[in-house]
Design a protein around this ligand. Structure first.
Ligand code: F3S
Length: 754
């Protein structure tokens, strides 16, 4: 109805819009005339145009209106810089920014935090002031990890969110469709442009039975990852259902959804239930829980709804699992693990056990781990392995400190790290082994690819529940199975751990801890955004120039790229990540990994004006500074890999106007369009062979272009001879407007000003 229930207690005047979902679904139900899965209800409930939108799972591209946006500090920089260049006064939907990725774990919480605040000061100042200006909630360094803060404050059943981090699906534990996206998508939604998503397939995971003993929610996703593998969830929402759901806590469901990212799923989702209601109540949201209860008919799958694939798991029979090393889908039940360690020659000594992170740092997780640690302490033991604890949020940290768990952990030798990503994202100054030394670690995190945690390719990283991780650090060995094996206490007597016990929610309520939230002022118009003109990490963006209405004539081919050209070839990561907020500096990596088809070399291209060879970015900038437009020619699946928008911003910044390829990776193709570039496909893929890096190309007939039509390109070879070929494109009406305006954001800004 017309109820005004706030979307968050931290935001004034923004209300839960269940009415829109209801009315969208009325339209969609009439059209599809079949039972809907829960994922479909929420996704279609957010359609921009439910009447005309094609809806076919796995086929149609949906235009959606998410309810909110969340950004972490590494990706937020360019997203906000772009948003600023559109000149809009406020974000179109509630948005939050979270400082969690830039904090390195060295010695422990408070000191590491202080150092990060010092090193990243200009980035934090920029984000804080920009958030104040544009109405964005700002979570300061020390507040915690984005996904935990979202769960505590913003996630709600039935709503839809996008976030610039792959583990955004964590919010599925509260029944929200929450998807990880690139910065470009976040900017769109912040600017009021609908978000495009291929209509997801839906994989149903039916949970039966009841969890007990050492089995935890983490083991559900470890098992599912083993079944589906790292690619098995691609293009799909994983929808959990069945009677077993009732035995999972809300935070446990969040763990399962979080790690769904490891199987490539669009997101993961649970139906609304009492456990979610209790968590909402415990986090100050009784009103929202009551409203969700009223809306419950749309927060469950319809009877008889069909899944594209169905998996069944009996929780009563589910064993604890350990996944890894090097990949999260290599799942081994604990009963078989010691055997596998031997068989595969995995280093048996366990060097480090790490619990917490965005995946597993709930009060329940911490209380169960503390229970295990306490039992070991009662037998006079300290951990044999290094043992670290990363609280997911300041609220979790303060609450476990108040309730004595921090003392329990420290008492056995544990180190409580800052409320931040830390070792989970490789922000870990690990000292106990040298680079290259073969060793084993086990964490309750989500990702364990080679080098992810400590940049040491010889580290064998395993992933398990916090319970197993904690127990194993006391044995210091990967072969220890706490369900069956005993340890020797300080008194020389053997003992076995009892089954871990914990508390779903803190009996005394959550302790909010230090206030780490900066709410935006009522009116931010007068706030000055802090960007130092001498900064090498941040630079304000100038809007790209609008199209001059003329054909693109005699544009030199900057590079004809051969073979694979991924977003890593176009905009490398590693040390360049530091410049994510500085387009000019990061553009120095533009296409430096692409292989020049003319000479087989990377980053060595002909400057057609001087006749000399130079680095790709240098030659590009040379042309740009002389007002010479240039183009890139590419092979198959150009721009595959990540969704990073820098790969499209950089060529545009350096004066590129078009990329002509045999085929494009879809997200990169869209990113190019958004930045006012022309992504063109060879109509006849063999025409790729006609071109060399010493050619000039003219893209003609642009004034008469209508979406769907071919575009002609004329070649002038070095010797003056001429040729031509046709290209196609996927540019639609709206996207053509972006090209004319110079970028999608320019178009939005013009529309807002009109
Ligand atoms: Fe991501 Fe881990 Fe942080 S998965 S949000 S890096 S705690």
């Amino acid at each position: 109805g017309d109820k005004q229930v706030p979307m968050s207690n931290l935001e004034k005047g923004k209300f839960v819009n269940y009415a829109r979902i209801e009315s969208n679904l009325q339209v969609v139900r009439q059209r599809l005339n079949r039972p809907l899965t829960l994922a479909e209800k929420i996704v279609y409930g957010h359609l921009d145009n439910p009447h005309e939108q094609d809806i076919e799972r796995g086929v149609s591209y949906l235009k959606l209106r998410p309810d909110r946006v969340a950004c972490q500090d590494a990706t937020a920089q360019m997203a906000i810089l772009q948003f600023m260049s559109a000149g809009l006064p406020q974000t179109a939907v509630p948005t939050s920014v979270h400082c969690d990725h830039l904090i390195q774990a060295q010695v422990g919480g408070p000191k590491d935090l202080a150092r990060a605040i010092d090193i990243n000061k200009e980035v934090y100042d920029f984000l804080a002031t920009a958030c104040a200006k544009y109405g964005i909630g700002f979570w300061k360094p020390g507040s915690g990890i984005i996904h935990q803060i979202i769960l505590e404050n913003y996630a709600l059943p039935g709503l839809m969110m996008i976030g610039t981090d792959s583990h955004t699906p964590n919010a599925g534990g509260l029944g929200m469709v929450a998807c990880g996206v690139g910065g470009a998508d976040a900017v769109d939604v912040m600017a009021g442009i609908p978000w495009e998503l291929k209509a997801p397939k839906v994989i149903g995971v039916y949970l039966d039975g009841k969890m007990s003993g050492w089995t935890t929610p983490k083991d559900v996703i470890l098992k599912v990852a083993g079944i589906l593998t790292v690619k098995g969830g691609t293009g799909a929402i994983i929808e959990y259902h069945g009677p077993g759901v009732e035995s999972l806590s809300c935070t446990g469901m969040a763990t399962i959804c979080n790690m769904g990212a490891e199987i490539g799923a669009t997101t993961s989702l649970f139906p609304y239930n009492k456990r979610m209601a209790s968590y909402l109540q415990a986090t100050g949201r009784s009103q929202q829980a009551a409203y969700a209860q009223e809306f419950n008919h749309n927060l469950q799958p319809d009877e008889g709804s069909e899944y594209d694939r169905r998996i069944e798991i009996n929780l009563s029979e589910l064993e604890p699992h350990i996944n890894g090393p090097f990949t999260p889908d290599l799942a081994t039940p604990i009963s078989k693990f010691a055997e596998e360690v031997k068989k595969n020659n995995w280093p048996e000594e366990l060097k480090v056990g790490l619990i917490g992170s965005c995946t597993n740092s709930s009060y329940e997780d911490m209380s169960r781990s503390a229970h295990i640690a306490k039992e070991a302490a009662d037998h006079g033991l300290k951990t044999k392995s290094i043992f670290t604890i990363t609280p997911g949020s300041e609220q979790v940290r303060a609450t476990i400190a108040r309730d004595g768990f921090v003392d329990t952990f420290e008492n056995v030798g544990g180190v409580v790290l800052a409320n931040a990503c830390g070792p989970c994202i490789g922000q870990w100054d690990r000292q106990d082994v040298k680079k290259g030394e073969v060793n084993s670690i086990i964490s309750s995190y989500n990702r364990n690819f080679t080098g992810r945690n400590d940049a040491n390719p010889a580290t064998h990283a395993f992933v398990a529940s916090p319970d197993l991780v904690t127990a194993m650090t006391f044995a210091g060995s990967l072969s220890f199975n706490p369900l069956t094996d005993s340890l020797k206490g300080a008194d020389g007597k053997e003992f076995k751990f009892s089954d871990p016990a914990g508390h779903e929610l803190p009996a005394k309520g959550y302790d909010p801890g230090e206030n780490t939230f900066q709410a935006p002022p009522e009116d931010g118009a007068s706030v000055n955004v802090a960007v130092s003109p001498t900064s090498d990490r941040l630079q304000l963006l100038k809007p790209f120039k609008a199209w001059d209405g003329k054909d693109i004539i005699d544009a030199p081919v900057l590079i004809k790229a051969k073979g694979k050209c991924t977003t890593d070839h176009i905009s490398a990561g590693g040390p360049w990540l530091k410049y994510r907020g500085h387009l000019e500096n990061i553009s120095q990596n533009c296409l430096i990994g692409a292989i020049n088809a003319d000479n087989g070399k990377a980053n060595e291209v002909l400057n057609q004006e001087t006749g000399e060879y130079g680095a790709v970015p240098t030659v590009g900038a040379y042309y740009r500074d002389r007002n010479i437009p240039w183009v890139v020619v590419g092979d198959e699946n150009y721009g595959e890999g990540s969704s990073r928008e820098h790969a499209a911003l950089e060529p545009r910044f350096l004066g590129g106007r078009a990329v002509i390829c045999r085929s494009f990776a879809r997200i990169h193709e869209t990113n190019l369009k958004k930045q006012g570039m022309l992504p063109l496909w060879f109509k006849n893929p063999a025409d790729y062979e006609k071109i060399s890096g010493s050619d000039k190309l003219s893209i003609v007939g642009l004034n008469d272009f209508k979406p769907g039509q071919d575009i002609k390109v004329e070649i002038t070879h070095k010797d003056g001879s001429k040729d031509s070929f046709l290209t196609t494109s996927s540019i639609n009406e709206g996207q053509w407007e972006w090209f004319k305006a110079g970028s999608a954001l320019n178009k939005m800004a013009a529309a807002a000003a009109a």
